[in-house]
Ligand binder design. Sequence first.
Ligand code: ADP
Length: 440
Amino acid sequence: MKKNINRMLLIIAFLAILFTMLLITMVYHRLFEQQVLQDLESVVRVIGHTSMEMEDVAECLQDIRLTLVASDGEVLYDSWVNHENMQNHGNRPEVVQAVRQGYGQDVRRSETLAKNTYYYAVLLPDGAVLRTSKEAGSILSIFVSAIPSLGLVLLVLVFLCMGVAHVLTGKLLRPIERLAEDLDTASNTSAYLEMEPFIDTIRKQHEDIMKNARMRQEFTANVTHELKTPLTSISGYAELIETGMASEADVERFAIGIRKSANRLLTLINDIIRLSELDSAEQKMVPEQVNLYGLAETCVDMLALSAEKHEVTITLEGRDAWVQGDRQMLEELLFNLCDNAIRYNNAGGTVQVQVINENTGVLLVVKDTGIGISKEHQERIFERFYRVDKSRSKSTGGTGLGLAIVKHILSLHGAQMELFSEPGKGTEYQIFFRKKAIEG
Ligand code: ADP
């Protein structure tokens, strides 16, 4: 970047200097031409009024040529060439002009382009035309003769610009370099207001990356811990049986323990796999028209036995309501919410599932009369492995991943969720699927 800025600045400076020099040369040459013609005019006017002989005047004016042209164009006198050998000058532009308006001037370029000849002519009272002329360098020759000094100036200026460009880019880029070294502290001392949004975005992304890394680390630690517990108990039971320390009655008990721990492991692994699948679900999601009420009906049927076991009554209200979504995910969503509503309920409690068709979408309500969740836990229960009451969760077969899966599914479906809960009274989940995702 530094190199590019330096190079750009140098090119701009070089072009600017070159252009300025060309412009100055052109302006200077114009002024020079005007000056030459003015000199010629002064000379010709002085001669017109002098009584000196033409030859005497010519002798005084060595680099100026004098020509006297008769009114018919015949050359009567020339200070440099024998006038008898000269052609008729009646059609020379400066002579024609002088005859017409009293004076005339012309500049003629030589073939080599190195020199110009300047002419100034005046009409004398007797009808003859007196002309002065002088050779002087053309713009090209002036420019060529100025090349060494111009080159020197150009070189000095280019070196100067190089130094300035170097200092300037260093100064310009220093805040950015400081930012690259340390994003957090440098952002507070940012020199450019325009860079604030850019810094903010980078800082946000940086924080997100760090947060994700921390979460992944925590998740791995949690997974290890969660897997370790059932595996340790399986290994313990197996060891007791292996060493013959368990009686026949114990063996049966231990076998039940092993089966329970193995089931727990399986559930845990299934949930972990499901979460990682959902992480990359965007490609795999198969959206279709799904009847949410139909899904809720199946879910309530499936959980009837569990509800009975927990002495909880589960009911469903509503009618067909179509939602655009992934059938399997929506099934999981319903199952996790209803399962929690049963597991975190009290004996004699109820779970009410409602599927309501609204103008703007479909509302799903899962309401229980269970133990409820206090405010401080409400924000965190969607985190992976976060549980309010660990032993209750474990004893009822919970993995601490159910609501994390729910949150994932909701975000994939663009659905909004509201949670109302009060400890001792119960919990209500309201999930709203917007209409644009609904047809039929
Ligand atoms: P788990 O497998 O432990 O149930 P979840 O992710 O499904 O994990 O839920 C996280 C925690 O949120 C649970 O451990 C429980 O403490 C709390 N929770 C979830 N649903 C309810 C509910 N309906 N009533 C009370 N507490 C709940």
